[in-house]
Ligand binder design. Structure first.
Ligand code: FES
Length: 356
């Protein structure tokens, strides 16, 4: 055991404390023992495609075949969409449609994925390299080097040289989203113009206002001041597409003192002795406006609190809705029943592309 004359400490004790110091830890700090050597990189192992041009050629064919398979899958999905349309009430048609579109899309996606992986593993240069960590902000030299690397990657991956693979990859990527785009069309009505369809409801001249859900016609004499009724058009309950029609045609009927109503000249005659009818579908995003405050004559949508003033033609006085509730012009027929004068004069519900 050596003794340091200056410090007065044994050298053995000093070595021991040095080791302890080097291994001292603090919370959250990883410690690498000084006795662990950097193992370095494993020796490079050449792939069969590096050694045998025939195998490389085979891999090349496999990659572009997979990209072509992906294209075929996308086309198959498109064809399936057209060949197996979804028919209302036909579960077999629905099953075939989803099955074949799903198979085509799966083939398209797997084709691109497998081809890309195989291309990278079998054909792209696989030499190991060390990329030393550097500051995020790049210098001019770094940027120039990035361009060099990009060029090098282009050469080594063969992206510019292997034209069949490159073109088939581009084709597969272009073809893959097409089924998704076409499927969006399937969300709308199949045989009618959706804009036209959304612009009209079941209401027409002479259609009686009936109670929701019983379908019993309503007489003007049944409506007292301050009351409110949920209304559907006559004949709605017999419709096969009841829900679709109800979602557009539902109406709220209220009776106010006629003296309280502020009616614009173009709407003169749309109400009957203080009885007014407004669409129940909120002009914000389409929730049913179902809360009527009798004292203030306000209609409130429970979804985002849009508030409509019935006294002033259901104008918006609060909330995110941008348009008044559309008014249904009404009158009384010869038997005293409330009937519509026409359909709404504007589309009901949320704002769509066809509205200014
Ligand atoms: S849907 Fe009525 S306020 Fe949003």
């Amino acid at each position: 055991m050596a003794h340091d004359e200056v410090s007065g400490i044994d050298s053995a004790a000093s070595d021991s404390s040095a080791v302890e110091t080097s291994h001292r830890t603090s919370a959250g700090t990883a410690v690498i023992g000084s006795d662990v050597e950097n193992p370095g990189e494993p020796p490079h192992r050449a792939r069969v495609t590096d050694l045998d041009p025939a195998k490389a050629k085979h891999a090349d064919r496999t990659v572009y075949t997979l990209f072509y398979l992906s294209i075929a899958g996308s086309i198959f999905a498109l064809a399936a969409y057209m060949a197996f349309p979804i028919e209302d009430g036909d579960p077999v048609a629905l099953r075939l449609n989803t099955l074949f579109i799903g198979l085509g899309s799966a083939l398209a996606l797997f084709g691109i994925g497998l081809a890309a992986v195989h291309w990278g593993k079998a054909l792209m240069v696989d030499k190991e390299g060390i990329d030393v960590r550097h500051p995020v902000r790049g210098t001019d030299e770094t940027r120039a080097r990035a361009v060099e690397i990009f060029d090098q990657a282009d050469k080594e991956s063969g992206f510019g040289r292997r034209t069949l693979i490159r073109n088939s990859l581009i084709g597969a990527i272009i073809a893959f989203p097409l089924p998704g785009l076409v499927l969006f069309r399937g969300l709308g009505p199949q045989d009618q113009d959706p804009v036209e369809l959304l612009s009209h409801t079941m209401w027409k001249k002479g259609a009686r206002l009936t109670l929701d859900p019983s379908g019993i016609p309503v007489k003007a004499s049944d409506i007292t001041i301050g009351s409110v009724f949920h209304i559907i058009p006559e004949g709605l309950n017999e419709r096969e597409d009841l829900l679709e029609q109800k979602a557009k045609a539902a109406v709220l009927l209220m009776r106010l003192d006629p003296a309280d109503l502020n009616i614009s000249p173009e709407r003169e005659g749309w109400s009957y002795d203080g009885i007014v009818a407004y669409s129940k579908i909120c002009t914000h995003v389409g929730c049913p406006v179902a809360l009527y405050e009798q004292q203030t004559h306000h209609l409130l949508c429970p979804c985002h609190q849009s508030t409509f003033d019935v006294v002033n033609e259901a104008k918006v006085i609060f909330g995110p809705a941008k348009r008044p509730l559309p008014q249904l012009p009404i009158e009384v027929d010869s038997e005293g029943y409330l009937v519509a004068q026409s359909d709404f004069h504007e589309p009901v519900g949320p704002s769509f592309w066809e509205r200014s």
